[in-house]
Design a protein around this ligand. Structure first.
Ligand code: C5P
Length: 220
């Protein structure tokens, strides 16, 4: 099996690139953020306090997360319910970031991620794929972009969905999430030593994809 790990901060373009790359290579795209988001959604809906590790850990016993692929598109099931759209809500981004700092939550989702890579050729994106989940991945990319550029991209995504977004507010959210993801004790966001770093601030999606395809070819 071949695994391509793409890590980086929120809004760097990981999911767009990973999805397109997986389609080109005939691999499965695994969006691991969706898993943390579904735990965040469960806790938000069930009124489990997000900063209370004992409460979140206890709630895990009530949670079953599964991934399904419909025409190659990932769907996330939370206790049998398809939550793929709901987990995209902005408040769920922050909820995911909070629960993902807990080692119990990370351990809970570990096997699901590992098994996907054992059973399929994958392009997997997240924060700790190259460092923790798939340390032996054949290709590791660390994709970044400036906070302002990442905020502009998020704005465009929201606007495309007809959602209103305020630039300053989104920039604050992007910075807060970066801060939480980089400074947590377990599996912090960082570049794996053997990852190739790509700064996409001044690149469009096609250019990033072409650059990664070149790296993939070099490694194979
Ligand atoms: O990638 P996405 O923005 O959907 O991820 C939501 C949150 O889940 C991130 O801010 C991060 O805190 C967490 N996450 C993580 N490890 C991953 C993927 C996501 O901690 N592999």
């Amino acid at each position: 099996m071949t695994a391509i790990a793409i890590d980086g901060p929120a809004g760097a373009g990981k999911s767009t690139i990973a999805r397109a790359l997986a389609r080109k290579l005939g691999y499965i795209y695994v969006d691991t953020g969706a898993l943390y988001r579904s735990i965040g959604l469960y806790c938000t809906e069930a009124g489990v306090p997000l900063e209370d590790k004992a409460a979140v850990t206890a709630a895990l016993e009530q949670i079953r997360v599964e991934l399904r692929y419909v025409d190659g598109v990932q769907r996330v099931l939370l206790n049998g319910r398809d939550v793929s759209e709901e987990i995209r809500r902005p408040e769920i981004s922050l909820a995911a970031s909070s629960v993902s700092a807990m080692d119990t939550v990370r351990a809970f989702l570990f096997d699901l991620q590992r098994n996907m890579a054992l059973e399929h050729d994958v392009v997997m994106d997240g924060r700790d794929i190259g460092t923790v989940v798939l340390p032996d991945a054949q290709v590791k990319i660390y994709l970044t972009a400036s906070a302002e550029e990442r905020t502009r991209r998020r704005m465009a995504e929201y606007e495309a969905k007809g959602l209103h977004a305020d630039f300053e507010e989104l920039l604050r959210e992007v910075n807060l999430r970066d801060e939480q993801d980089k400074n947590r004790a377990v599996a912090p966001l960082r570049k794996a030593e053997d990852a190739v770093e790509l700064d996409s601030t001044c690149m469009n999606a096609e250019e990033v994809l072409a650059a990664i395809e070149t790296i993939v070819k070099e490694r194979n």
